[in-house]
Design a protein around this ligand. Sequence first.
Ligand code: ACO
Length: 434
Amino acid sequence: MIDSFITDQTAELRIDGKTYHLPIIVGAEGEKAIDIRGLRRQTGYITLDSGYMNTGSCASTITFLDGEKGTLCYRGYAIEDLAENCTFVEVAYLLVHGSLPTRQELAEFSEMLGRYALLHEDMIRFFDSYPPNAPPMAILSSMVNSLCSFYPEMTENPYENIDKMAARLLSKVRTIAAFSYKKSLGQPLVYPRHDLSYCANFLNMMFDSPVRPYKIRDEVVAALNKLLILHADHEQNCSTSTVRLVGSARVNLYASISAGISALWGPLHGGANQAVMEMLENIHHYENGDCRKYVERAKDPDDPFRLVGFGHRVYKTFDPRMRIIKKACDEVLETLNISDPLLDIAKQLEEIALNDEYFVERHLYPNVDFYSGIIYRAIGIPNNMFTVMFALGRLPGWIAHWKEMWDDPDWKIGRPRQVYIGPPRRPFVPIDQR
Ligand code: ACO
């Protein structure tokens, strides 16, 4: 499919007096790329690109983002429209299937999500084996990996069963997340209910208790839908690239997504939302709400500290998701009649950073994680579950990318090369001569 985007233009590369013509590709939104797929074969050279700053690892039809303009679209639809008008389940369907669902398709998909919500009872016993303070991301990644032992039929012919696998994962990861929270509190598990929508069901499993029934509020359900939609995909980020790389070895979907969950855990990626809250709490408790010391530390070249929730590999302007979340944050707090000093600190920090030369020069703007934690906190989700929430939101994107990779006629196992800079070949030294 990518071949239809190859233009008549070529880039010239001169090595050792010989000129090579490399095809130029222009993507559907005008993104320009030099096609080096034949480079090593033709020239003997590879390219070196640490952190893949300039490398397109695949062609994709799922998500487009423009880091300079600050725009983001899933399957061609603007994130603002989806966040305003859709539920998370509709967006999950869109990402996995490529088109927005009709009423009938949505009803069928929702029915599957309800049908697959239960966990195998043997899996529930896993929770008893973790220490009470086990990181929820560790529990989540290992339990998702274990799903393939409980549902092996899904791994034998994955492409045919992709609908079932997608629904199973979306539904069961939600149950695993809520159960891990209940276990960490030592409270009885609250089982999923068929009569509740996806987000209402999750909130109910998290917060209902035999002594204090949980009252599901539409505003909270709407806020959760919005947050999950905003996290649902972000093209070739670290965790999605991990899912694709692991899946490229023809590993089943569950194992690939388990690897993605591990990648997301990192504080430079999905773990940032938890780190933001910890930073804001520290500023509140130990600095009396004064952000200046943190800003100075972030600017100090001798201090490894970074202002968490700022900066992005691709966005060099405002992250469009951040704008939506910031607005939602104000709305949720107002609706729930909560006054959170951390929101004031966050706004103060944003203001200082946006006017500081260091941040302006480096195009460091608040990212998606900067305000999301304040909403999660307002609806009762604790800090150590924030990255799990991110994983729940990112699931449809991971599934869509795995599916796209699996079906790609140009698919190849992911296997980068390297430039070796270690010792040259040398004689072996027996142990008693070392
Ligand atoms: N605070 C202070 N300085 C920063 C920050 C920050 N948050 N982010 C980048 N910089 C500085 C770097 O020190 C560097 O400065 P220099 O040119 O003087 O050396 C410059 O900005 C460029 O930074 P890089 O690390 O090269 O940028 P990169 O694109 O590799 O990193 C990243 C992007 C990892 C997101 C980075 O900005 C960061 O660490 N941010 C904080 C963690 C965070 O919020 N992560 C969540 C990202 S969103 C997501 O994954 C969902």
